[in-house]
Design a protein around this ligand. Structure first.
Ligand code: ZN
Ligand code: ZN
Length: 626
């Protein structure tokens, strides 16, 4: 071989000898941008063939160096080269980058300069893709006009990209109209339209279209599944997945698996999550980092943090999302020290945290009472990692101080924050007041909450009335109740439990479950049995000024109690019961779970909105500190 291509320390060099290989072959061997530039420099002084220029151009785009590709295009202008082809590649390449604006500039230039570079259907397709990444739909709409003028409106590729573009901007009327006007929409057209509706949260419309599709591909399934997951309809996502596998015999792609794993995670559907893990192992699909991250998240949220750790340890390369899932998982199990250890290891490997990961670390410190560590990480966020704390990070610190009983310090911190405290911050401070018995401060905080705009927080009035109720201030409860019925609806409590691979959903005071009568009877028996251990219903949490007995009825129908009764009925004695709850578990349910775990000798794991509670022998892993 008469040339050598080698790397010397940090820079790579090409060496040309007198009898060099053809440049086109040399190009294929390039492994660094600097090598391409050497070839570029070489051909500038010669008369390169068209194919060589194109090959170099392609190499630049595949190296992601669009600036150089563009220089090359400008250096060898028409009429000698088929500029449409090259311009199209460049427009396409730019459309995929954050710099998609460049595609539009190139397109404008193509229109302005009359020459051999005229836009064809590919040009329009790529420009429309670039338009859909712009902040506003105006440019896209003007390209739509060009499409019609240039006679490409009936082209299916061009139309598909326009349906997709309007969907991206949520302009479903325009997207639907384009779709309706298409003589023969294909699978891509249908899928784009479905994706548009799911993005707007119109999942039912999307599903109707999905069912009407003449033919579906793996992307269509993925888009529909993601639609369900994105709008919190996790159980429907799982049903769709089963339908896909068993009735339609479609092999799930990575996107579907990631979505379904996240649905399992949200529902605490451990059996189905495990099934996917086994499926992945059996089908020998190489586990990408997003699949592994989804597995870690699923195991952690389903209460199996040790399995999450196993997946984590077996990974070859981990990105910041993977570390983040692991740390957040450990944190929500109250393993704050372990979360800190993993965090330190990550820093040692030279990976920088992002703001979500730091939130996980701070949460870990908070749940494990690691006050000094948490404060030091918070104080150094900006200095070490250039991350400006957001309201969530402030919230974590307030939580950390509040849980540790440093209420005055927490309150002072809230008052000195550069951002306005939101409902979550006030609420966590208030829980701390309740747990540590700071009644006066508690009432001050409720007054702060009352001054916030109720529409700015979930559950608004219901929360407020609940808070006054917990202090026995029935006069204030009454006032808030009146406003409440006039305005908002509160978020209903909902719990899920998986039995034999089926996820059952319970709402507070549920009447929908087919076995609800049996379940209620069972729950009455259970409550009676645990009352012998000293459990009595804690009615402070109930919203209304009911008589004590009525109050006890109202809280006994909390969704997690229904779920635990169903769990006890439907599982073998001694097997653990896992429940997921969408809101924070209330104090009464918490003490009921403690008592049930003792009397029925069962491990009960409840994941509520903020953490895991593992009840064993009458004690909870959170040590009543949540
Ligand atoms: Zn409850
Ligand atoms: Zn607990």
């Amino acid at each position: 071989m008469s040339f050598s291509l080698f790397s010397s320390q940090s820079t790579a060099h090409l060496r040309f000898h007198s009898q060099s290989l053809p440049l086109s072959l040399l190009l294929k061997k390039c492994t660094a941008l600097s090598q391409l530039q050497q070839i570029h420099a070489h051909i500038i002084t010669s008369q390169p063939s068209l194919s060589l220029v194109i090959a170099l151009f392609r190499s630049y785009t595949s190296f992601g160096s669009l600036t150089h590709a563009r220089l090359l295009l400008d250096r060898f202008p028409s009429p000698h080269f088929p500029s449409t082809l090259l311009s199209n590649s460049l427009i396409q390449a730019y459309s995929k980058t954050p710099n998609s604006q460049e595609s539009l500039h190139l397109f404008r230039r193509m229109l302005a300069v009359s020459g051999p570079a005229f836009p064809d259907k590919y040009t329009f397709t790529f420009v429309i893709v670039a338009s859909s990444r712009q902040p506003s739909p105006e440019f896209g709409a003007s390209v739509h006009g060009q499409v019609v003028r240039n006679g490409f409106a009936s082209d299916v590729f061009v139309s598909n990209s326009m349906v997709n573009m309007y969907s991206c901007f949520g302009r479903m009327d325009d997207a639907q109209k384009l779709f309706d006007d298409m003589p023969q929409p294909d699978t891509v057209s249908w899928t784009s339209l479905i994706g548009g509706y799911t993005k707007r949260g119109e999942v039912t419309v999307a599903r109707e279209l999905f069912d009407k599709m003449p033919e579906r591909n793996d992307v269509s399934w993925a888009v529909m599944t993601a639609g369900y997951v994105g709008s919190g309809r996790f159980n429907e996502a799982l049903h769709l997945f089963h339908d896909m596998l068993h009735n339609h015999k479609v092999k799930p792609n990575e996107a579907v698996l990631v979505c379904v794993l996240s649905a399992c995670a949200e529902l605490g559907a451990l059996d189905q999550g495990k099934w996917i893990h086994v499926y992945l192992d059996k089908s020998c699909v190489p586990k990408s980092s997003s699949i592994s991250t989804a597995l870690i998240d699923m195991y952690a949220k389903c209460g199996r943090v040790e399995c999450a750790t196993q997946v984590f340890d077996n990974m070859f390369s981990r990105d910041v999302c993977t570390w983040s899932s692991m740390i957040t998982g450990l944190a929500m199990h109250g393993h704050g020290k372990e979360a800190l250890r993993v965090f330190t290891k990550m820093l040692d490997e030279g990976i920088n945290p992002d703001d979500i990961l730091l939130l996980g670390v701070l949460n870990g410190c908070s749940h494990a009472g690691l006050v000094d560590e948490g404060c030091s990480i918070f104080n150094n966020m900006k200095h070490f990692w250039g991350i400006e704390p957001k309201i969530e990070h402030y919230g974590c610190l307030v939580d950390l101080l509040g849980r540790a009983g440093q209420l005055e310090k927490a309150y002072d911190f809230v008052k000195s924050m550069p951002v306005d405290p939101d409902i979550i911050i006030w609420r966590s401070l208030l829980s701390a007041c309740r747990i540590h018995g700071y009644v006066d401060l508690g009432e001050q905080i409720i007054d702060h909450i009352a001054q916030l705009d109720p529409s700015s927080y979930g559950g608004g009035y219901a929360l407020l009335s609940n808070l006054y109720a917990s202090l026995g201030r029935w006069d204030k409860v009454g006032r808030v109740r009146k406003e409440m019925s006039a305005r908002s609806k509160s978020n209903p409590g909902c719990s899920w439990i998986e039995i034999d691979g089926v996820v059952h959903e319970f709402l507070a005071a549920d009447r929908l479950h087919p076995q609800i009568v049996e379940i209620r009877n069972e729950l009455n028996v259970i409550l009676k049995r645990i009352s012998t251990t000293g459990y009595f219903a804690n009615t402070k949490q109930v919203l209304f000024d009911l008589s004590e007995e009525d109050k006890e009825q109202a809280i006994s129908w909390h969704s997690e109690k229904l779920a635990v009764a169903f769990g006890l009925m439907s599982t073998k004695s001694g097997s653990p019961i896992r429940i997921v709850k969408n809101l924070r578990i209330c104090e009464d349910c918490h003490s009921a779970m403690e008592a049930i775990s003792l009397v029925f000798d069962r491990e009960i794991v409840v994941r509520d909105r903020s953490r895991f509670h593992t009840f064993k022998q009458g004690k909870c892993s959170c040590l009543d500190y949540w």
